[in-house]
Design a protein around this ligand. Structure first.
Ligand code: SAH
Length: 347
C-alpha cells in the first residue's frame, strides 16, 4: 500500500486518518504541529509513544518535494528553487523579499494547459496537478532553506490554480491553520487566467483570500490572440463574474496586465481598458512583459508603461507598475518553466 503523504492532509483530515488507524484523535494535532515546526522524521516527535512513531514510519511520509536546484539573484536576493515532485516532474517556486514581508510564489501544477502565447509555463503543456502537500511544501522548504519566516503567499508560479481547484483549497486550509504555518488568509493571493465558474466557487469557499485576474487585453479580439481561455469566456462575461465576486466578498480584485510591445500597450488600449473597468472595485497591476524565448513578444518600454498608467489614473483606476524581482535568474512572471534542461539552454 502507498504511504500516506501527511502534508496532503488538512488537520481535520489528519484527525480522521489517525482515528482510522485506531489512535486517539488528539495525536493528529501533535503530529500536524510538529510537521509545520519543521520535523522531517517521526523519530524526532518524541512526545509520541515510541510504538506509534514506528507505526507511522511504516505507513506515512512527511516530506513531499525535494530541492534540486537553487539560484539566488545578485540584484535583489530573490531565490528561485527547482523542486522535484513524485513521479519525476519538477516545479519552480520563488522566495522574494518585499518591504511588507517575505513572500513565496508557489506553483499549483507541473506545467500548464492554458497555453497563453507569452508565458513560458505552458510551453510544454500540463504534466500533472500538484497535491496540496506539494503546494504547501514549496513554502515550507523555502522558508527552511532561507531561514526566514514567510508571511505572504502568491499562487502565481507555474500552472492555473483554478484548474487544480480542490487541491488549491486544501493547500490554503493547511497554510492558514493556526497549528501549522498560520498564514493569514488576507496575505494569500491566487491568480487566475479567468475560469469563471471557479471564480464564483472561490468567492464562496475562500472569500478572505485575495484574487488576481490575468486580463492582458482590453477587448476580446486581442485577448483571444494572447490567451486561449478568452475563447471560452468573453471579457464581458469575465468582468460580470468579477463584479459578482466583489458583491459576494467585498474584496478588491487585482487585474494583471502584461504590457507587450506593439500588441496591447497603445494609448487606445489604455482608454478602452479604463472604460471597461470604470466603477469596479479593482486595481490594475501593469507588468512590462518579461522576455520568454519561444514567444516573439517583447516588453514595452518604461516610458510607454508610464503613459499607460497615466491614462488609467485619469479615469481614476488605481494602477501600479510592478517592480520586477529576480529577472536576472529568470524568476520573474511568466519565466518559470518546467524542465531544467530547458533552462540550461538559456545560459
Ligand atoms: N495561471 C495563472 C497564474 C499565473 S500568475 C494566471 O494566469 O493568472 C503569473 C502572472 O504572470 C499571470 O498574470 C501571467 O499572465 C503573467 N505572465 C505570464 N507570462 C508573462 C511574461 N512573460 N511577462 C510578464 N508576465 C507574465
Amino acid at each position: 500500500m502507498e504511504k500516506q503523504q501527511l502534508k496532503d492532509l488538512t488537520l481535520e483530515e489528519m484527525q480522521k486518518w489517525v482515528e482510522s488507524l485506531g489512535e486517539k484523535k488528539f495525536r493528529a494535532q501533535q503530529i500536524f504541529r510538529r510537521i509545520y515546526e519543521g520535523a522531517i522524521s517521526f523519530e524526532e516527535m518524541t512526545e509520541l509513544p515510541k510504538e506509534l512513531r514506528s507505526r507511522l514510519d511504516g505507513c506515512a511520509e512527511i516530506g513531499s518535494v525535494r530541492q534540486i536546484r537553487r539560484q539566488i539573484s545578485e540584484k535583489d536576493g530573490t531565490r528561485k528553487y527547482l523542486f522535484q515532485v513524485r513521479g519525476g516532474a519538477a516545479v519552480e517556486s520563488v522566495f522574494m523579499k518585499y518591504r511588507y514581508g517575505n513572500t513565496a510564489c508557489l506553483s499549483s501544477q507541473a506545467g500548464c494547459r492554458m497555453g497563453c502565447a507569452f508565458c513560458a509555463s505552458g510551453a510544454d503543456g500540463l504534466q500533472r496537478n500538484l497535491t496540496a502537500g506539494e503546494i504547501v511544501d514549496q513554502m515550507i522548504s523555502m522558508s527552511r532553506d532561507a531561514q526566514e519566516r514567510i508571511g505572504h503567499i502568491v499562487v502565481m508560479g507555474t500552472g492555473e490554480p483554478f484548474d487544480n481547484y480542490d487541491e488549491l483549497i486544501r493547500a490554503i486550509r493547511i497554510l492558514h491553520d493556526q497549528n501549522g504555518p498560520d498564514i493569514s488568509l488576507r496575505n494569500i493571493t491566487v491568480s487566475t487566467c479567468g475560469l469563471l465558474p471557479k471564480i464564483l466557487s472561490f468567492a464562496r469557499d475562500m472569500p478572505q483570500v485575495s484574487l488576481a485576474v490575468s486580463l492582458h487585453a482590453a477587448d476580446d479580439e486581442k485577448r483571444r490572440i494572447l490567451m486561449p481561455v478568452a475563447s471560452s469566456y468573453s471579457m464581458a462575461e469575465l468582468l460580470n463574474v468579477c463584479r459578482q465576486y466583489t458583491e459576494m466578498t467585498r474584496r478588491r480584485i487585482t487585474f494583471e496586465y502584461a504590457l507587450i510591445d506593439g500588441v496591447n500597450d497603445a494609448e487606445e488600449d489604455a482608454r478602452k481598458l479604463s472604460v471597461r473597468l470604470k466603477g469596479m472595485l479593482c486595481h490594475v497591476n501593469l507588468i512590462p512583459l518579461n522576455r520568454v524565448r519561444e514567444s516573439g513578444f517583447a516588453g514595452t518600454t518604461r516610458k510607454k508603461a508610464e503613459k499607460f498608467a497615466e491614462i488609467l489614473q485619469k479615469y481614476r483606476i488605481p494602477v501600479t507598475i510592478r517592480r520586477e524581482l529576480g529577472s536576472d535568474i529568470s524568476a520573474a512572471c511568466g519565466q518559470l518553466r518546467l524542465q531544467e534542461k530547458e533552462e540550461s539552454k538559456d545560459r
